[in-house]
Ligand binder design. Structure first.
Ligand code: AMP
Ligand code: GLY
Length: 419
């Protein structure tokens, strides 16, 4: 089979690596992909993820068996429906189902209707409304823009003054453009976070290994929220808690999808806060997480090519997982997440890899002298695999040492809490 992967980040590189190891896959294509993916033999097509006609032409020309959509933007714009109408097999939810991610208000209403535990909330559209609604909450205030914001549209404000500043940024400075026309103010949840991803055909699901992302830029969970600075998995969690998550959250989410007639074939990501009162949904993502995919992909005991193919046809495959641990340490550009510095030459040996560690490319490019350079916020992912979490982390950090550049940012405490 020939597969087309849409996207160009570390998540898509992780998916490509998994497909490359699948005996059923003869060719892996990426759109637009990036030069670093070619190191794993992906054939890249420099076409925008929003150029639907261009994507369809590529599917036809390359005789693609099925398409995997990685990032949220084309999902929110309806790429999966567009392709399915042309009889292309797709691993991704419909545009309707992707609203679970593309609109925080849609997802809150969904959770309320199906009695899924989450924070209470108010919908606000101005600074004034935000400050009035704030009377319903205690600090810290959680303020979120409704639309897609690349993981940067959530403010945790310690004081009313900070909340006011955030709401001015959103409603008056229009930092998030249309994505920030409406926002939510919601109850703060105290606890620990985990990412629960499931593979689903919209009818039933298979759970994937649990992982933990590290969203803040700096060590000890300080600094601004980012797309994710590293992850580890699988987490060992009390089976009673897992049972509770299954009955109170995952099963009800499935029932909701069916009741609303939402076509879902792909990965559903449930971001959870485990509080003293039980698990609460913080967010849904209608796709693999980045960097969670980097953790999950190497853990399948089987072949991804076949698993994704079944999902694209609406069949739920049986899956099992290897008894291994994986760690991903993100190396980010100077000034990420505000305005990452591009074009900085990466030193060291970006091609270094061992049987238990390697790099994935999420923001690299080659310049005209053929030097690898930074070309995005999250630049490289150092992946480590081991039979214990300690070993996986040690392998990931050893790998990370093989590349460096001026101004690079890296957290030194990925997985520390789990250890
Ligand atoms: P989100 O993009 O919705 O996942 O939010 C980004 C991060 O903000 C989450 O990973 C949490 O760390 C934090 N967060 C979001 N909502 C809440 C909440 N209601 N209570 C506490 N922390 C939250
Ligand atoms: N790791 C969080 C996300 O993919 O949104």
């Amino acid at each position: 089979m020939r597969v087309l992967v849409i996207g160009q980040g570390g998540r898509e590189h992780a998916i490509i690596r998994g497909l490359k190891l699948s005996p059923s896959i003869t060719e892996v294509h990426a759109l637009p992909g990036r030069e670093g993916f070619s190191l794993d033999e992906a054939i890249c097509h420099p076409i925008s993820v929003t150029d639907f006609e261009g994507i369809y032409r590529t599917v036809e020309q390359c005789n693609i068996s099925y398409v995997i959509i990685g990032p949220e933007d084309p999902l929110a714009l309806g790429l999966s429906d567009f392709l399915r109408e042309k009889d292309v097999l797709v691993v991704a939810p419909s545009q309707g189902a992707a609203q679970l991610e593309s609109s925080k208000i849609y997802s809150k209403k969904f959770m309320t209707e199906f009695d899924i535990p989450t924070s209470s909330y108010d919908i606000v559209q101005s600074v004034e409304q935000t400050l009035v609604a704030a009377k319903n909450y205690k600090a810290p205030y959680v303020f979120k823009v409704d639309g897609l914001a690349a993981g940067k549209g959530v403010y945790i404000c310690q004081t009313l003054e900070e909340l006011k500043k955030a709401s001015i940024e959103v409603f008056e400075d229009h930092k998030f453009k249309d994505a920030g026309l409406t926002a939510l103010l919601e109850e703060f949840q105290e606890g620990w976070e985990m990412s629960y991803l499931v593979l689903t055909n919209g009818d039933d699901y298979e759970t994937m290994p649990l992982s933990q992302d590290h969203k803040r830029l700096k060590d000890n969970d300080l600094g601004p929220n980012t797309g994710g600075m590293g992850a580890v998995g699988p987490l060992n969690v009390d089976p009673e808690l897992l049972k509770q998550i299954k009955t109170e959250i995952l099963d009800k989410t499935m029932q909701g999808l069916k009741k609303r007639n939402l076509l879902y074939r792909g990965t559903l990501y449930v971001g959870l806060m485990i509080t003293k009162e039980g698990p609460r949904v913080i967010e849904y993502n209608a796709r693999f997480g980045d960097p969670e995919a980097q953790i999950i992909m190497p853990l399948l005991d089987g072949e991804w090519g076949e698993v994704f193919y079944q999902i694209s046809k609406g069949i739920l495959p049986e899956v099992s997982w290897k008894p291994l641990c994986v760690a991903c340490v993100v190396i980010a550009a100077e000034n990420y997440p505000e305005s990452p510095k591009r074009g900085v030459v990466i030193k060291g040996d970006i091609l270094h890899e061992t049987t238990s560690s390697y790099f994935l490319h999420s923001g690299t490019v080659k310049n005209k002298n053929s030097d690898w350079c930074t070309d995005g916020g999250r630049v490289l992912n150092a992946i480590g695999i081991g039979s214990t979490m300690k070993e996986a982390l040690s392998n990931a950090y050893k790998q990370a040492k093989y590349s460096y550049w001026d101004g690079m940012q890296i957290r030194t405490d990925i997985g520390k809490k789990i250890l």
